[in-house]
Design a binder for this molecule. Structure first.
Ligand code: GDP
Length: 296
């Protein structure tokens, strides 16, 4: 068993019992452990550096509470600051405050979990009694169209009829018209992905965005890809102006530090996390849960 961060900090602060305040030296040693824990959890190097500086400022000179072990005290400071960094008490819920049909555009690299997340989101909305339409607009991976149709059947959610010989922009335009005529509340557009960002893809997505004026552009990121997810999120945000993130595959080994970095780099909140392949494996994002996971 590896020692938890909490154990390590308790060790660092053993000497501190009886002292009145945390000193520069104690804190320095403790923050070295915190720094390592964050880097191991895939938090971006620069984000960690800025963060540690902030925590140092708060911790040094802090009175040692008799009621709490000093290690726990530092953990609490770190925990609170991380939650703050993740948006804290900000409202990160899905924004559907527009005249229906409200458009949600899903974007991201191939394999990130975009199509699966479309299905999960459709289920989430169905549970809120929203009449939802799924739109397959990834014509380069024909299996994606079939995959979405299968998910729609499982959920009993309508899937717009499209085929791989159509232009994505035409599919989206027709689907929007259909949705408006058929009393649909929310339309989820599953767009194409690539293995990496390329200009052609971005131009296509910009065209779709301009046509749909979506209320939400959710970037789907695979937590297992760590630092890379952060770079890709930055790229998509620069070109498209994303409104939020769905962080998938948090049921795996990834600690999810990418969520912190994505928020720090793009300024956009994580709105949902994916916790498995099944359609009910979607949670709304809770900053404190992710932070506990990172520090755990
Ligand atoms: P897309 O290319 O972005 O549309 O990706 P898919 O939706 O096809 O997902 C790629 C793979 O990741 C599939 O095998 C999914 O079952 C799997 N997947 C998606 N989301 C999750 C998740 O939250 N956890 C796990 N374990 N697997 C996921």
């Amino acid at each position: 068993m590896f020692a938890t961060l909490s154990d390590k900090l308790d060790l660092v602060f053993k000497k501190l019992r009886g002292q009145a305040v945390m000193t520069e030296d104690n804190v320095k040693e403790a923050l070295r452990e915190v720094r390592l824990a964050l880097l191991e959890a895939d938090v971006n190097f620069k984000v960690v550096k800025d963060f540690i500086e902030r925590v140092r400022g708060r911790a040094v000179g802090t009175e040692v509470l008799q009621s709490l072990a000093p290690g726990q005290q530092v953990i609490k400071i770190v925990h609170d600051e991380l939650v703050e960094l993740m948006g804290g008490a900000e409202d990160n819920s899905l924004d559907l405050a527009a005249k229906p049909p409200v458009a949600i555009m899903m974007v991201g690299l191939q394999g990130a979990g975009k199509t699966t997340s479309c299905g999960k989101l459709a289920r989430f909305l169905k549970n809120q009694r929203k009449k939802t339409l799924l739109v397959p607009a990834d014509v380069y991976r024909p299996a994606a169209i079939e995959q979405l149709k299968v998910l729609g059947r499982q959920l009993d959610v309508e899937v717009f009829d499209s085929s791989a010989d159509q232009k994505p922009l035409d599919i989206c335009r027709n689907a929007t018209r259909y949705a408006a005529l058929n009393g649909i509340d929310v339309v989820i557009y599953d767009t194409a992905g690539r293995h990496q960002i390329d200009d052609y893809l971005m131009e296509e997505l910009e065209g779709i965005r301009d046509e749909l004026a979506p209320r939400e552009i959710l970037f789907v990121a695979d937590a297992m890809t760590g630092q890379e997810a952060v770079n890709v999120a930055g790229g998509f945000n620069d070109r498209l102006g994303i409104t939020g993130v769905v962080l998938t595959k948090l049921d795996g080994d990834a600690k999810g530090g990418a969520a912190l970095s994505i928020k720090a780099v793009t300024g956009k909140p994580v709105k949902f996390v994916g916790l498995g392949e099944k359609l009910d494996a979607l949670d709304v994002f809770h900053a404190d849960r992710l932070v506990s996971r990172i520090l755990g």
